[in-house]
Design a protein around this ligand. Structure first.
Ligand code: E4P
Length: 216
């Protein structure tokens, strides 16, 4: 199971890397917009730190524009994956980029049907957004499980799932139990996963008790 950092912030990415939690990185235009600097420079910096896949999203919405932009982004580094929104022209562009050996990630997946179309078009990855589905009263984990079953039962669909828009420790535990290929996790959630109040109170008690013998 690979864990990616869902961030464009170099400090967050480096901190996760120190713990072996940066098998790759996913970015999107909203995450890049939070950082200072030019789009390409930010991506270059991330690719310099992380040897695994770094996902960079195109802004064009027409097939020709997506292909052109995808090819430009692919020049930034060998580990760049082109993130393309799940639209009709996006699928056309996926086919073209796949034919040229450029890896793609079809993002903003909210149904199993969309995942099937993306995989058939030749996407290397599909990116279902759990948290955003949960936000509107649907079950993100159920969608993940359905897509996983479809891909397992149809091995000709050689496409990996990146579970995205993860929001809670429970998401990470459930997805890991399910055996999802890749989880992309915001750094705030990585910190939440580390913490447990019983760990904190346990340390406090051990430190207090250790005072009794430390100076003997
Ligand atoms: C993943 O590739 C997406 O960028 C990300 O997980 C979206 O998460 P959000 O729904 O919390 O914005």
């Amino acid at each position: 199971m690979d864990i990616y950092v869902d961030s464009a912030n170099l400090n967050e990415i480096c901190q996760a890397k120190e713990l072996g939690l940066a098998d790759g990185v996913t970015t999107n235009p909203s995450l890049i917009a939070k950082e200072n600097g030019k789009f390409e420079e930010i991506l270059k910096g991330i690719c310099h730190e992380v040897s695994g896949p770094v996902h960079a999203e195109v802004l064009s919405l027409d097939a020709e524009g997506i292909v052109k932009e995808g090819k430009e982004l692919a020049k930034i580094a060998d580990n760049i994956v082109i993130k393309i929104p799940m639209i009709h022209d996006g699928l056309k562009a996926v086919r073209k980029l796949d034919a040229e050996g450029i890896k793609t990630n079809v993002t903003l997946i909210f149904s199993a049907g969309q995942a099937i179309l993306a995989a058939k078009a030749g996407a290397t990855y599909v990116c279902p957004f759990l948290g955003r589905l949960d936000d509107i009263g649907h079950d993100g984990l159920e969608l993940l499980s359905t897509i996983r079953t479809i891909f397992i039962n149809n091995p000709d669909l050689r496409c990996q799932i990146i579970a995205a828009s993860t929001r809670t420790p429970a998401h990470i535990v459930e997805l890991s139990s399910m055996g999802v290929d890749i989880l992309t996790v915001p750094s705030k959630l990585l910190t939440q996963l580390e913490k447990h109040p019983l760990t904190d109170s346990g340390i406090e008690q051990f430190c207090k008790d250790a005072e009794k013998f430390k100076n003997l």
